[in-house]
Structure formats: structure tokens, C-alpha cells
Design a protein around this ligand. Structure first.
Ligand code: MG
Length: 373
């Protein structure tokens, strides 16, 4: 059995406000569509995106196959189904890109329902009373037997492909297309949180729901060493200290800031300073280390995290760090844009043992904790 998900993200809907269509607006630090895609990764074998041609460059970052969104929802789905045809796909889920909070359980539930049904889709029973009218109530309607439809709507692949190829004109959703072709669609329980972001207020609600789902906590460590050379100062954690030697190295050799930057990249599983600023690239020769640390913090924000705390330990006999700890914490806080009380800088000696004990260089270790923003 091969499963696939089609994520519809070609709409131009800007009822939520802002210049960008809602699936490209930011939710908890990432585009809405990034959340939606993340929900399906690992749950299905293939993912295809239906993207408006204007958004193709932006969507390429997801590294997924894309098809051009058509002029209607049905046309977008048809393009994506055609792209998946002949690949052995047996079950396909069709999902609104603007429903980023779909849960793993709901996706699994729709897939499982397709073992027994040709079509299966989530919905919630209508519980509010229903009225007709505009400014005034002109009538009421019975809510019994009425459902609020959600996605992902799931189908046996060959059946929905044939249904879409036969369908003429528009359709509210894929259940309508399926039913027009005589496919029975089973209702599986939907989820209240699986909302479709439509209005500006929906974003605030979605952020609250994401917060309530619990915190994603990431921990990283970093280690760095720089050797002493002739000179009269060292840079440590963003502070210039007079000394009888300097540290040798690419850039300003701020060993503490390098360890801290690597800890942050480590927490994100995004390599280290060398990955982002290759020493072979002459443009980084002599670059000040705050450029690296700022970049790491930009990645933290871009990935939807914030720094909870960090802790740097400098290992050296001299210079004495104690008198400068406050200035170092303040410097790092300024560069990183976080409160000073989230930053610790401390120092130790190695009891005159080893290279730090012989004052041949300075070592630094750091840890950083990131939490979902
Ligand atoms: Mg270094």
C-alpha cells in the first residue's frame, strides 16, 4: 500500500488580512503551510503540493513535488492526481493547506477508514441552532443530520482519479466530486482544533492551540579552542580584555561566542559555524563573531523557537574572567536580543593541567536550550 497526500496551497485568499495569502502568513514563527506539511511528513509515503505559480520559488524550499494550482479547487486536485497517477498510490488524502493543526490521529483515522471504505472524510456534527436571514432572522433550519466538513478527505486513489477526470465544473470539495461519481463517503470524527484559517482572529486561536499542545524543547552543546599568539588583548564573549597575548584564529577568535553559537546551531541540528560561514570563504576572514551569533539567533526565530537559556564556561588560567562576567553577559544579551538573566558566563581553570593549564590557549564549552516560541 502506498499512500499520498495532496496539500492545496494555491488559493489567493487574503480575508485573513495582510499582503500574503493565508497559507503563507506566519503562524508561531513559520508559514502556515510549513505546519501543514509537517503534520503529514512521516504519515504518508508521498506529498504533493498544489501551488500558485507566483509562489513556486517560495514553496521550493519544502523540497516536495509541486503542481500548478488550477483556476478552481477541483482543477488543482485534478493536476495533483494526474501527477501521482501511475506511481502505485492506493490511498490519497486531499487536504487544505490552511488547516495547519490537523493531528496525527486524525490523519491516521482517515487512512484507516479507507481499509473498509472507498471514501472517508472528517466532519463534526452541527451543534448550534441554525437560522436563515440577513440583518433579521427570517426562519430556522433543523440541524439534525447536518455536518461541518473538514479535510483531509481520503479516497482510494483510482476511484477519485476517475471521479475527478469525469467531473465537470466546480465543486465545494472532493466529497462532492466523489459523490457525483457514485462513491460512498464514510464520515469519521473530525476535530474542533482542525480549523481552517480564514479570518485574522483564527491565527490567534491557532497560536493558542499550538501553545497548549506542549512545548518543543531543544538542547545543544558547543565546544571550541583557540591557541594564544602574540598580542595585547583577547575577545571573550563579546568583550575586549587587555592581556599579554591574543587568541589566534579565523575571525576575532572569540572562543566563548563560537562555542555558544555552535550550541545554538546544535540545538537546531543545523551544523556548526563552519557550515554557515566556511573558513575557506575569504569574505568571512576577520569577520566579527557577533555576525555568527546573530545569524544563529535568526535561525532560532525562523524555525519557530526562542532561547530559554544558555550557559558558557571559559576554561583558562588567565585572563581572570570574574571581573568581566557581567559585561560579557550584557554583551551577549545585546547581540542575541534576549534578557540578561537567560545568559550565564562562568569560568574555571584546569588546575594548571593540559594546554589551558600551560596557558597555550583558551577552551570554551556552552549549552543552549531552545523552546518553541
Ligand atoms: Mg572558533
Amino acid at each position: 500500500m502506498t499512500s499520498a497526500a495532496i496539500i492545496l496551497a494555491a488559493g489567493r485568499g487574503t480575508r485573513a488580512g495582510g499582503a500574503l495569502p493565508k497559507q503563507w502568513q506566519t503562524l508561531a514563527g513559520q508559514p502556515v503551510l510549513a505546519h501543514t506539511i509537517a503534520a503529514f511528513r512521516g504519515q504518508v509515503d508521498r506529498i504533493v503540493l498544489a501551488i500558485h505559480p507566483e509562489d513556486a520559488a517560495r514553496a521550493a524550499a519544502f523540497g516536495l513535488p509541486m503542481v500548478d494550482g488550477g483556476s478552481t479547487r477541483a482543477a488543482s486536485v485534478r493536476n495533483a492526481l494526474d501527477a501521482l497517477a501511475g506511481q502505485g498510490v492506493t490511498k490519497v488524502l486531499i487536504h487544505d493547506g490552511a488547516r495547519p493543526l490537523v493531528s496525527p490521529g486524525l490523519i491516521a483515522g482517515v487512512l484507516a477508514a479507507l481499509d473498509a471504505a472507498t471514501g472517508a472524510a472528517p466532519a463534526l456534527p452541527v451543534t448550534d441552532a441554525l437560522w436563515r436571514g440577513a440583518a433579521h432572522v427570517t426562519g430556522t433550519a433543523r440541524r439534525e443530520g447536518l455536518w461541518r466538513a473538514q479535510t483531509p478527505q481520503g479516497f482510494r486513489f483510482d476511484a477519485i482519479l476517475a471521479a475527478h477526470r469525469a467531473h465537470q465544473g466546480e465543486a465545494a470539495d472532493d466529497v462532492e466530486v466523489a459523490r457525483a461519481a457514485g462513491i460512498e463517503v464514510a464520515i469519521v470524527p473530525g476535530e474542533e482544533d482542525n480549523l481552517k484559517l480564514t479570518f485574522a482572529g483564527d491565527f490567534a486561536r491557532a497560536e493558542r492551540i499550538l501553545k497548549g499542545r506542549g512545548m518543543d524543547i531543544r538542547l545543544g552543546n558547543g565546544f571550541d579552542v583557540h591557541a594564544f599568539t602574540e598580542g595585547d588583548h583577547v575577545w571573550l564573549c563579546g568583550v575586549k580584555l587587555p592581556h599579554t597575548k591574543s587568541l589566534l584564529g579565523h575571525s576575532d577568535a572569540d572562543v566563548g561566542m563560537h562555542a555558544l553559537t555552535d550550541a545554538i546551531y546544535g540545538a537546531l541540528a543545523e551544523g556548526d559555524i563552519g557550515t554557515h560561514f566556511p573558513p575557506s570563504d575569504p569574505q568571512w576572514k576577520g569577520a566579527e563573531s557577533h555576525i555568527f551569533l546573530r545569524h544563529a539567533m535568526e535561525r532560532v526565530a525562523a524555525r519557530g523557537f526562542r532561547l530559554a537559556n544558555c550557559d558558557v564556561t571559559l576554561i583558562c588560567e588567565r585572563p581572570k574572567i570574574g571581573p568581566h562576567q557581567g559585561a560579557m553577559r550584557a554583551a551577549l544579551a545585546r547581540i542575541m536580543g534576549v534578557e540578561v538573566d537567560r545568559i550565564s558566563v562562568k569560568a574555571t581553570t584546569s588546575e594548571r593541567l593540559g594546554f589551558t593549564g600551560r596557558e597555550e590557549g583558551i577552551a570554551a564549552i556552552a549549552t543552549a536550550t531552545l523552546v518553541s516560541a
